[in-house]
Ligand binder design. Structure first.
Ligand code: SF4
Length: 293
């Protein structure tokens, strides 16, 4: 039996089984045309390999092919199934969800006040020598959102409170915009003493001070962390990636979602960053509201 006849019978058999639109499993259009001796048609045509080729080829082989199926109207008119696609992708993951234990007294701290007392007595780096006051952080010990900044500035050093200068006032407004009062959240810096002249923190200072932040987060166990500024983001996420690369993703710090955004002080210098910051804190709000947990 000729290959062409075999193919015709095969196709009729498939049609009798109810198939309308054929999917020629592993066969290309050229394979089919070669099989039914219609390869020459391609050479004389415009060398197209669109869907009409194989139908035409099959028709010339004697098979009755159905017209192309009508487009599935319902499907094409319906919107794509709604997914939380509006959320950005997952980002960096630091640590496991279990507790991160420290040796010594810090590991036994059960309250933020206890951590605060240890910070007040800390001599692990030289920053306490030049600072006026330690700035351990403040806010609700049961906060669902923790704001992490870089280090105390002059106003913070004077008062012992985080984010109280101009940048702090802006942070308060940012929080209000997502329906949070300062008292509802916990506000903290990576460094607890002010670097002289607001210089950048040194790696040795960060390494010395980081355990306090980790313990504070362990005790508070917030639902969301917002890292304000490159320094806070890089310290929390243990990365050197720029803030531009860290924004727009949901990172994980010991299982807690981390949103990265610009530092309020940077917003004061560059108002163009207000819009992306607004988008970032909106994301934090949505995470708090349980869009994805
Ligand atoms: S900055 Fe941190 S590590 Fe350095 S003395 Fe203050 S609390 Fe201790």
């Amino acid at each position: 039996m000729r290959a062409e006849e075999l193919l015709r019978r095969y196709l009729e058999q498939r049609r009798d089984q109810g198939e309308v639109e054929l999917v020629l499993d592993t066969m290309s259009v050229d394979d089919v045309m070669r099989l039914i001796g219609a390869a020459h048609r391609r050479e004389t045509s415009s060398a197209s390999t669109d869907a009409s080729d194989w139908r035409e080829a099959l028709r010339s082989a004697g098979a009755r092919t159905a017209s192309p199926a009508a487009p599935p109207v319902e499907r094409s008119l319906s919107p794509a199934p709604s997914t939380p696609a509006s959320l950005p992708p997952d980002g960096l993951v630091v640590g496991s969800e279990g507790r991160e234990l420290f040796d010594g007294e810090l590991g036994h701290c059960q309250t933020v006040q206890h951590v605060e007392a240890l910070i007040g007595a800390c001599r692990k780096c030289d920053l306490y020598r030049t600072a006026k006051h330690p700035v351990p952080g403040e806010g609700s010990a049961t906060a669902r959102l923790v704001c992490v900044g870089e280090a105390p500035g002059a106003s913070e050093d004077e008062t012992g409170r985080p984010f109280v200068g101009q940048a702090g006032q802006l942070l308060t407004k940012i929080l209000e915009a997502i329906k949070l009062a300062r008292e509802d959240v916990f506000i903290v810096n990576v460094l607890k003493h002010r670097p002289p002249g607001n210089r950048n923190p040194l790696p040795i200072e960060v390494d010395a001070c980081r355990p306090y932040l980790v313990r504070q987060l362990e005790i508070i166990r917030p639902s969301v962390i917002v890292a304000f500024g490159t320094f806070a983001a890089q310290t929390l996420l243990d990365t050197k990636l720029s803030i531009g690369k860290l924004r727009g993703a949901i990172h994980r710090y010991h299982g807690i979602p981390v949103v990265v955004t610009y530092h309020p002080a940077a917003l004061l210098r560059n108002p163009a960053w207000k819009r992306p910051t607004w988008e970032d804190v909106q994301l934090a709000r949505r995470l708090l509201d349980g869009v994805r947990q």
